[in-house]
Design a protein around this ligand. Structure first.
Ligand code: ADP
Ligand code: MG
Length: 451
């Protein structure tokens, strides 16, 4: 038993090599570095957000089990993305910046990859991009508030964080906050519970720039709407910049208070549309270059032609292609990619088995785990998700789904379905995780038109 992070991590790595396939181990763990072990938290640095997401999705609980075994007490894994310079010896702090006040004020950390430089401009996002730059250069002066809307995976979070990253790198003594409306709601509830609403208000009303992501999640949260209304007035009145994002335009936020929605439209409302083919190719080129991958134009073009609606899915397809190339030796030829990303008309019909396979792979489980009776949290959660997706993405009835999940009763299946439905509403992060799986499946298979 030890408290040295390096010793613990080495033990975890050597256990992992036995537990996971070699290629996966190399992909996910080769460039990890332990930096701190304090109380119950082991902090490990990973090279990029891709690795962070991959480990969290597939290996978090396995790693925590192994680390707990190595330490003799319960250990939680916290992954941090490495700073640019690889030879830094001190642990990077999330949200760290020149201005100490920034650090204390930043609720959610900014992803350094989400910069203006790495955002590809196209006809589809030109206005949103230009307005974001203007807001970053002259906060509170140009467009206030700036309201960016567009459907999932089109770059809203990227732009909001680019404004934040721009402010950090320009070294101005400004205080800012990036958060999601859900996080804002959670904090407010905690503040109310602990009688600390004054300091909550102080925190949000004293800043120079508020970046509030996904305001659609405010719908149905009256106290939070009320609070945001006053926060908005205070910031706006003091000419402080507000940038908001939403998955739909203000007029479609029908369940929000009118007075809030009308304020959202006081400044500039800019939408982001799905990118056209040239922009999609340029985005793929940027993503490949950024990872140091050498990929032929023809390959990028094929991927860009096959996936059109969502940049995150586009990126996912590129990563899948690269992984098959590196791990399974699949050559990146037209024919092979054709198989991997079939044209819409040539895709196989999505079945419940496909869903089980995909969910099992994502969560590092076996297909029969999903059919079986285990009540372990990670297994039952994945099972609920597979059931939810089966209902949403195929035309199967609850009883028919039950048959394919270990002959479960249809009420049990309905229960799983409702459970996920509720989680989606409450936890946006969970929603985006589910979305990713859904998009991945939709890119490979034909699905019946959604009701
Ligand atoms: P949203 O918040 O709208 O759901 P994100 O901002 O999370 O979408 O974008 C999803 C992914 O797509 C991110 O990895 C982001 O960097 C990338 N992305 C989206 N649009 C662009 C773009 N125009 N240029 C480069 N990357 C983009
Ligand atoms: Mg987002």
């Amino acid at each position: 038993m030890t408290d040295n992070p390096t010793t613990v991590w080495n033990q975890v790595l050597s256990d992992l090599q036995r537990e996971v396939p070699r290629a996966s181990y190399e992909t996910w763990f080769a460039d990890t570095r332990p930096v701190q072990l304090k109380d119950h938290t082991l902090v490990v640095v990973v090279p990029d957000s891709f690795t962070k997401g991959g480990i969290e999705r597939r290996y978090q609980s396995l790693v925590e089990q192994l680390a707990s075994a190595a330490c003799g007490r319960e250990i939680y894994l916290s992954l941090q993305i490495s700073e640019q310079s690889p030879d830094r010896s001190d642990p990077p702090q999330l949200g760290q910046s020149e201005s100490p006040s920034l650090q204390t004020h930043s609720t959610l950390p900014l992803n350094p990859d989400y910069s203006f430089d790495r955002f590809i401009r196209g006809k589809n996002n030109h206005l949103a991009y230009a307005a974001s730059i203007a807001a970053a250069e002259a906060p509170g002066k140009a467009y206030n508030p700036l309201f960016i809307h567009g459907s999932v995976g089109l770059g809203k979070t990227h732009l909001l964080q680019a404004v934040g990253n721009f402010i950090v790198s320009s070294n101005r003594s400004m205080t800012m906050l990036y958060t999601t409306s859900e996080q804002f709601a959670i904090e407010l509830i905690n503040a109310i519970r602990t009688n600390s609403t004054p300091s909550f208000r102080e925190k949000y009303r004293r800043i120079d720039l508020l970046l509030l992501d996904d305001v659609q999640f405010l719908e149905g949260k009256e106290a939070t709407e009320e609070e945001l209304f006053h926060t908005f007035n205070e910031l706006y009145g003091n000419e402080k910049q507000i940038v908001l994002s939403s998955d739909r335009s203000p007029e479609k936020l029908s369940r929000l208070q009118d007075r809030l929605v009308s304020r959202f439209r006081w400044g500039l409302v800019a939408d982001i549309q799905p990118p056209d083919l040239e922009t999609r190719i340029a985005i793929l080129r940027e993503k490949a270059d950024n990872r140091g991958l050498v990929v032929e134009d023809a390959v990028l073009e094929l991927i860009a032609r096959r996936i059109s609606s969502n940049v995150r899915t586009l990126e996912g397809a590129l990563i899948r292609a690269i992984a098959s190339n590196e791990l399974e030796g699949m050559e990146l030829t037209f024919k092979n990619l054709e198989k991997m990303l079939p044209e819409e008309g040539k895709r196989a019909q999505l079945t419940i088995n496909h869903i089980k396979e995909e969910v099992a792979t994502q969560y590092h489980l076996k297909r029969h785990d999903l059919e079986g009776a285990s009540r372990k949290k990670e297994i039952s959660q994945a099972r609920h998700m597979a059931i939810y997706l089966a209902r949403e993405m195929t035309s199967s009835s609850f009883p028919a789904i039950g048959k394919q999940f270990g002959n479960r009763d249809h009420t049990t299946i309905m229960h799983s379905y409702m459970k996920i439905k509720k989680l989606i509403q409450e936890v946006p992060l969970f929603q985006s995780e589910l979305h990713e799986i859904q998009e991945g499946l939709a890119a490979q298979f034909n699905t019946p038109a959604q009701a």
